[in-house]
Design a protein around this ligand. Structure first.
Ligand code: GLN
Length: 545
């Protein structure tokens, strides 16, 4: 294919309409027709990246192979497409301004006045086209964060307007996602908010080519005709996006609505292929027809907001389907776990996952949860901070090292079993300075890890500052907490296991970032399998009584 084609996805009327899922679903359909497709997210906020944001703000911070801290939508892109994204796939206003200001300081603008137009818009255009360079992709889908009409999205909309003009109608198109609300008192779907939002887009000189309408009720032919007429699009370009029971149904729903067909037609690309969704549909079948059920406790401190642990929740869906198991997640706030509540909160579970996190709040509850899982031989998976809590619990309760801790929680602890490494101690800047992205790990023989991965060399993504302190390694090992995965270059411990427990694994890295529909993560698959066996054993024991 000659030129890379660009698709822009904008949003109107309201936020949280699921632009990311629509972009990912369209990309999936185009990929399933053989087009090499990638997705990019432009975020209008001023943080340089979401790495310094509290999860309560925008949910989880997703990490790519190359160590970019990004918006959680990139997680959806990878989970749908099974293709890695990178730093170039997420750009914020902060990063755009940072790079323009750095250029200005280097004198690159040759004495000109630096302005939003053209300098900021040029920088945006460059970042969009960066992914299309070298013809690595046939199609680049760019999702513009926020809602049209927001002051902060204006430079992005202007950049899209210019690009569309420069690239031509065959090479660029705009999909506008809007809301068609249902007024129950009138018993009617209303098109006016969509008309207004398309008008707002037009005030910035941008015409929507395709409308994707979020709705709770089917759009009648009449409504579709009305939307087409008043919003200046063909009727076939009015696409209904009705609420789905799972996000993984959306590609098939978009296929039924013909979103991929209209897109290809508008871009002047052949649409004579049919998307090959065999593997995707096989996953859906397994996901929707489970043969067993388990309940996993997700122990964390950001549990009020589902998006905080997005990738973990999705990894459970993938692993559940692989095992034909329905995975119920019980989110448990670690701050409310203590001696008097623990039995009530945890004993009925089939497995415990202690979540990643930062700071002191809620860590004692996490340590209590680890202890429960260890002592009751309940399957346990600790991720990042969860693994660190497992080491602390073991040091305190098995090695009897009183007040053992991580120096993140207690800088004066007498037993810093988790500590900062020398390089981290010298860092003062917070943004982008953790151990980030993909790192190698060598797995030891006779370990659960090696059995699960079926190899001795793995690469997993990281996002943390503190590390297992090797000064305590021999004590921990000799008492039964084995380090079974180690970074071959730095000797840093990546995985701990308790061989004298049916399934107790702590990992310093984040396996959840690499789990996709096409390739569910082996650790999650094995954890769910262990939880299933644990639940069956419990059932058999209660039947025998
Ligand atoms: N706060 C811990 C650290 O920085 C763990 C981070 C995490 O769980 N992602 O090492």
């Amino acid at each position: 294919m000659a030129e890379t084609k660009y698709i822009f996805v904008t949003g109107g009327v309201s936020s949280s309409l699921g632009k990311g899922i629509i972009a990912a679903s369209l990309a999936k359909l185009l990929q399933a027709r053989g087009y090499k497709t990638t997705i990019q997210k432009l975020d209008p906020y001023i943080n340089v990246d979401p790495g310094t944001l509290n999860p309560y703000e925008h949910g989880e911070c997703y990490v790519t192979e190359d160590g970019a801290e990004t918006d959680l939508d990139l997680g959806h892109y990878e989970r749908f497409l099974n293709v890695n994204t990178s730093q170039a796939n997420n750009v914020t206003t902060g990063r755009i301004y940072q790079s323009v200001i750095e250029k200005e300081r280097r004198g690159e603008f040759l004495g000109k006045t630096v302005q939003v137009i053209p300098h900021i818009t040029n920088e945006i255009k460059e970042r969009v086209q960066l992914l299309g360079k070298n013809h690595e992709y046939d199609i680049v889908i760019t999702e513009i964060g926020g809602t049209v009409g927001d002051i902060e999205s204006l430079p992005y909309i202007e950049a899209v307007r210019q690009l569309k003009w420069e690239l031509g109608d065959d090479n660029a198109l705009v999909i506008h996602l809007t809301l068609v609300p249902y007024l129950s008192a009138a018993g009617e779907l209303k098109t006016k908010p969509t008309q207004h939002s398309v008008k707002t887009l037009m005030e910035s000189g941008l015409r929507a080519d395709i409308l994707v309408c979020r709705t709770e009720h089917e759009l009648s032919d009449d409504i579709r005709r009305k939307l087409a007429l008043f919003c200046n699009v063909k009727q076939e370009a009015v696409i209904q996006s009705i609420d789905a029971s799972t996000i993984y149904d959306v590609p098939n729903m978009m296929l039924d609505e013909g979103l991929d067909r209209v897109t290809l037609k508008k871009l002047n690309l052949p649409d004579d292929t049919t998307p090959n969704l065999t593997q995707w549909n096989e996953f859906l079948k397994r996901h929707k027809n489970p043969k067993h059920e388990v309940t996993i406790g997700l122990i964390g401190k950001y549990v009020e907001l589902q998006d905080s642990y997005k990738s973990i929740l999705e990894a459970f869906i993938h692993a559940g389907a692989a095992n034909e198991v329905k995975v119920n997640i019980e989110s448990i706030h670690s701050e409310f776990i203590n001696d008097s509540t623990i039995n009530n909160k945890i004993s009925h579970l089939d497995g415990i996952l202690v979540a990643p996190g930062f700071g002191e709040r809620g860590v004692e509850g996490k340590i209590d949860a680890v202890r429960f899982a260890r002592e009751h031989k309940m399957p346990f998976l600790g991720i990042c901070l969860g693994m660190q809590m497992a080491v602390i619990e073991f040091a305190r309760n098995v090695l009897k090292l009183r007040n053992a801790n991580s120096t993140e929680m207690d800088p004066a602890t007498p037993h810093p079993v988790i500590d900062l490494m020398k390089e981290q101690k010298e860092i003062t800047h917070l943004g982008g300075t953790m151990r980030l992205g993909s790192w190698e790990c060598t797995l030891k023989d006779d370990s659960i890890a090696k059995e699960i991965y079926g190899t001795t060399q793995i690469f997993e993504r990281h996002r943390h500052r503190y590390e297992y302190n090797n000064q305590y390694a021999s004590q921990l090992e000799s008492h039964g907490l084995r380090s079974t995965g180690v970074n071959p270059k730095t000797n840093l411990v990546e995985i701990v296991e308790i061989p004298d427990h049916p399934w107790f694994v702590g990992v310093q890295y984040h396996p959840e970032y690499k789990s996709t529909v096409a390739s569910p993560h082996p650790l999650f698959i094995a954890f769910i399998k262990a939880a299933k066996e644990y639940s069956q054993k419990k059932k058999n024991a209660s039947l025998a009584q």
